[in-house]
Design a protein around this ligand. Structure first.
Ligand SMILES: [Zn+2]
Length: 252
C-alpha cells in the first residue's frame, strides 16, 4: 500500500483523526469520476480534492456564463466567456496540486461508449449532470462494469441521493424505468446544490475509507424549505432492463 508523506500526515491530520492513516492511504490510492462539475458536481470535486483522493476525473463542457455564477463555485466572474473546464482545473489544482487530475472539456456522459471507457478507469463515479440522458449512460456503464455509482440530484430547494452498487441495490433504471418529464433550465439555489454535493462527497469518502454505512438501497430526500428529511428503502425491479439479470437482491 502507498505510504503517506510527512506532509500528508500533517495536511490530513484532522480527518486522520476520523479514519486513521489507513483510511487516508485508501483515499490516496482511490480514483473517482465526477460529471458534470457545476453547482452540484463542483462541491463533490472540491471536497474529494481536499480530502486527498489520489486521482480525479472531471468532465464539463461549455464556457462560463453569467447565469452559472449563482451556484458554480469553481467558476468566477472574471472567467465569463472562458471554457469552464479551465476554471475547474485551475481551482482544483490550487486546492490539491498532488492529485492526479484528468479533465475533459466536454459533457462526455452524453457519449455512451466514452462514458463506459472512463467509468472503467475509476473506482467510483458520481452522477451530477442536469440531464437524464447522461445519468442513464452513467448508470448503464456502472452496472455493466460492476462499479459503484453515487446518484445525486437536486431541484429548487430539494435534494435526492442514493448509492448504487450494481447487483446489490436498485440502479437508476429500477427507480426510473423511463426518463421523467424534465426540462432545462430548472430552479437551483446554490447553497442547496452545494449541500447535496457535500453529502455525495461524504458518501464517497465513507465508501473508500470504509467508515459508516453508505445509502445502499436507500433514497435520502431532503426538503430544505421545511427540513423534512426522509430515508426511504428503494427496491430493485426484477425485470429492470439494465440490472435485472445481475447479482443478488438485498433491496427487498
Ligand atoms: Zn436496475
Amino acid at each position: 500500500m502507498i505510504e503517506l508523506t510527512a506532509e500528508e500526515k500533517v495536511r490530513f491530520r484532522r480527518q486522520i483523526m476520523i479514519f486513521g492513516e489507513e483510511g487516508q492511504r485508501k483515499l490516496k490510492e482511490a480514483s473517482a469520476f465526477v460529471t458534470r462539475v457545476g453547482g452540484l458536481g463542483g462541491p463533490v470535486a472540491v471536497y474529494l480534492a481536499l480530502a486527498g483522493i489520489g486521482k480525479l476525473v472531471v468532465a464539463h463542457g461549455g464556457v462560463v456564463e453569467p447565469s452559472n455564477l449563482n451556484r458554480q463555485l469553481l467558476m468566477s466572474y472574471e472567467a465569463i466567456g472562458r471554457p469552464r473546464i479551465n476554471c475547474i482545473v485551475e481551482r482544483l489544482k490550487a486546492l490539491n496540486p498532488f492529485m492526479e487530475l484528468v479533465a475533459y472539456g466536454d459533457d462526455i456522459a452524453m457519449d455512451e461508449a466514452l462514458t463506459k471507457e472512463v467509468v472503467s478507469q475509476v473506482d467510483i463515479s458520481i452522477a451530477c449532470p442536469p440531464t437524464f440522458e447522461e445519468r442513464f449512460n452513467l448508470n448503464k456503464a456502472s452496472v455493466e462494469l460492476g462499479k459503484p455509482l453515487v446518484e445525486v440530484a437536486m431541484y429548487g430547494m430539494e435534494g435526492y441521493i442514493t448509492f448504487i452498487k450494481p447487483g446489490q441495490t436498485p440502479c437508476l433504471a429500477c427507480l426510473f424505468p423511463s426518463p421523467p418529464k424534465w426540462s432545462i433550465p430548472f430552479p437551483v439555489l446554490g447553497s442547496v446544490s452545494a449541500m447535496m454535493g457535500c453529502i455525495a462527497a461524504t458518501e464517497v469518502v465513507k465508501f473508500i475509507t470504509g467508515i459508516g454505512s453508505t445509502l445502499d438501497g436507500y433514497m435520502l430526500y431532503i426538503d430544505t424549505k421545511s427540513w423534512e428529511m426522509k430515508k426511504t428503502k428503494v427496491k430493485r425491479k426484477p425485470d429492470c432492463p439494465v440490472c435485472g439479470k445481475i447479482g443478488k437482491d438485498v433491496g427487498q
